[in-house]
Structures are given as C-alpha cells and as structure tokens.
Design a protein around this ligand. Structure first.
Ligand SMILES: C[S@@+](CC[C@H](N)C(=O)[O-])C[C@H]1O[C@@H](n2cnc3c(N)ncnc32)[C@H](O)[C@@H]1O
Length: 373
C-alpha cells in the first residue's frame, strides 16, 4: 500500500490493487491495446533530433490537418513496443506510468510480464475510470492515482521504482470529448483542463488576460508567428465563450486560406492548453521527481509530441547525464553536480511510417530513454 503524505488531499487516490507474482510472457506475445503483434523495433526510425524535422509540420503537437478524421475509439498508445523495450522490464519490477490516460501503455507493460506491477497516475478522473475498465484483468497488479505527476515524490514516498514512463500531452479521449473544450472541431465551452474539477480555464485566460500576456502565451507555447495579430483580435472580440468562436477569431486574424493544410487555430489551442495546465513547469518538476523515485539502473522513458516539451525533456536528461554542468571555460569544476542518469539513446526514436499511417496522432512523437545511475 502506498503512503499518501499529502495532507491537503491534493492527491485523490484510488488504490485498485497490489502487486502479484506469476509467469512472464515474451515481448512477441504482448497485446498492445487492441492489436497483437511482434515488437518490431526493427521498424523504428532513428533521426537526429528535432532540428532535422520541418518546423511547419512537426513542432506543434498533434498538428490538426483540416480533413483529418476524428476517431471515437480508445486512445491508441504510441510506440508501445518501443516503450516496453525501453523500460527493460525486470522480473517482479515496479513501474509508474505518469500519464496513464486510458491505460494503453499500462496494458502493454502489464501484459508483457505477469510479475510486474504498475502505478498509473493521471489528472483526469474520466481517463482513470476508462483505464480501470480496460485494465480490469490486471487489477491485482495495478494502482491508480488521480494526481499531478509533478507531485510524484509525495505519491511514491520512499518507494523506489524500476521504470517510469511519461507519455505527455493530451489524449484522444480528451480531444474527442467536445465538452472538454480541447478541440475547435465542435462547439463547446473554453475549458481545456486535464482535471476539470479544479484550476484556471481557457475561458478565463482568453477573456481576462491583458493583450501582451496573451500574445506571449500564444507565441511561446504555440510557437505562433502571428501571435500579435491573434491576441489583438481576441481582445477586440471579447467576450469569447466557445471553442468554435475562438477558432473563427483566429481564422479572421490570420486571414486564413482554406487551401492551407493545417487549421490556423491549432497553435493557439496548443498554447492555451499548455498555459491552462502549467504543462512545462509540471514536466520539469515531474522529471526531477521521477529521477529521485528510480532505483539503481531504473529506466526513465519519455514520449513528447512537440518541440517545447521535448526541449524540457532533452535539457533535463542531458543535464542529469552530465558529470559537470559548469559554464564552459572555467579552469576548475565548481558546480558540485552529481550525475544521476546515463542516456540510453542519444538520438530520439520516432515512430515507423507504418505507425504514423495507422495512427496520425503519433506522427510528432519522440521517444527518449535514460537510466538511473
Ligand atoms: C497522451 S495521454 C496518455 C495516454 C496513455 N499513455 C494511453 O496509452 O492511454 C496524456 C495523459 O496525461 C494526462 N496528464 C497531462 N498532464 C498531466 C500531469 N501533469 N499529471 C498527471 N497527468 C497528466 C492527461 O490527462 C492525459 O490523460
């Protein structure tokens, strides 16, 4: 049983079960979500970092193509085989999925070995409910916690884990549930909170923030070159209450041509979502907490979907894998930094063409793997 040290009940936790031990399965027998197949790591494509990817096509998460179909099924986990391989599952190992979502990766992990246990964390109670249903066959090896992964140290207490996974961003469940307000495809209130029970909404930012601050959010978190025009148009049109109203304001502000492949509101919606959920700050805290919660040789595996979150992951991993972090040119080391990680892949791993064809939302994914010293 975990110890919950958070006295303010920030961590509303549902304990589903405790680890059990039985036989293991080989990787080729693993069932990934609803597909069964061999772990085809051969199919993965290595590429040289985000600089080599076209900024217009890959830096914005789940870049929404104008005619992309909306799927209604479970969130399809990205690079499941590579994630399981990256975690290097050990007999009787204990793992954390910091973004358990609808349990796709969790299912891949729990079905890969019959003797591993998993703690799944998510801010979203609807996602946890879905994960609990999907993972009912593994209830005796599963714990689920509604919490922010930035609080991972409070959740884990003194326990050490053999591997921790981050699968960042938004899920298909959230994108495809109109009333959550993540998508501009359908009319809904501007919400965008991963945990809709608490915190700032997109409506509050859009309607109350000064124009300068809105512009900064849209430029920094959306990497949107037309941030000034969009922020000005938003302020002129206030109040804006729905997703489609906001999308129309952006379309108008950038003078959108319908020939463009990507909807012009994509970057603005990403920016607002990152701001609403404090995603980049949470990520840095979560990664540092995860490193502390890993036992010797435990694996840290991350999947990021846009250049901003990938930059945070890359910076933390490289810094923690360095012996010294002094500025270059100093005659002696004064940083007193202790190396905590070793990098397993120096170049990011990206999905195969086959995967991006069958799951377009995987196309911007970047997988990084490091190991605790
Ligand atoms: C890409 S989805 C994960 C999908 C999951 N791996 C699966 O296979 O179904 C990301 C999930 O992370 C959750 N999330 C985002 N930020 C979080 C945070 N700071 N703490 C906990 N959960 C978070 C979201 O609510 C969402 O359910």
């Amino acid at each position: 049983m975990l110890t919950c040290t958070d006295k303010d009940h920030i961590l509303k936790r549902t304990i589903v079960g405790l680890p059990a031990h039985s036989e293991s399965a080989t990787l080729s027998q693993v069932t990934f979500g609803r597909q069964t197949g061999a772990a085809t790591l051969m199919a993965r494509r290595l590429e040289g970092g985000h600089a080599s990817i076209s900024a217009s096509s890959a830096t914005v998460e789940h870049m929404t193509r104008v005619n992309e179909p909306v799927t209604g099924a479970f969130h399809v986990p990205v690079m499941s085989a590579e994630v399981v391989e990256g975690l290097s599952l050990r007999p009787g190992g204990a793992y954390i999925d910091c973004n358990v979502g609808e349990g796709g990766h969790a299912e891949a992990i729990l079905s890969a070995r019959q003797d591993v246990s998993l703690l799944g964390i998510d801010l979203d109670q609807a996602a946890l409910d879905s994960a609990r249903r999907r993972l009912s066959d593994y209830a005796d090896r599963l714990e689920l916690a509604q919490s922010n992964f930035s609080e991972i140290s409070q959740i884990t207490g003194v326990r050490l884990f053999d591997g921790i996974l981050f699968d960042l961003g938004v899920s298909s469940l959230q994108l495809d549930t109109p009333e959550r307000g993540f998508s501009f495809r359908t009319e809904a209130a501007l919400d965008m909170r991963f945990n809709p029970e608490t915190g700032l909404t997109a409506h509050e930012i859009v309607n109350n923030y000064p124009q300068r601050e809105l512009e900064t959010i849209i430029r920094q978190y959306g990497e949107e070159p037309r941030a000034r025009a969009i922020a000005r148009a938003i302020v002129d049109r206030r109040s804006i209450t729905t997703t489609t109203e906001l999308a129309d304001v952006v379309k108008y502000a950038v003078n959108w041509s319908t020939r463009s492949r990507v909807h012009p509101a994509t970057r603005t919606f990403q920016a607002l979502r990152i701001a609403v959920n404090g995603e980049l700050d949470n990520l840095e805290k979560g990664l540092m907490g995860a490193i502390q919660a890993l036992g010797p040789n435990g694996r840290l595996v991350t999947l990021s979907y846009h250049s901003l979150e990938d930059r945070v992951v890359k910076t933390v991993m490289r810094r923690e894998a360095s012996v010294c972090i002094c500025p270059p040119g100093l005659p002696i080391c004064v940083c007193e930094h202790t190396q905590t990680l070793r990098l397993i892949n120096r170049r990011v791993i990206t999905p195969s063409q086959e995967e991006t064809r069958s799951n377009p939302r995987a196309r911007t994914a970047k997988l990084r793997i490091a190991e605790r010293m």
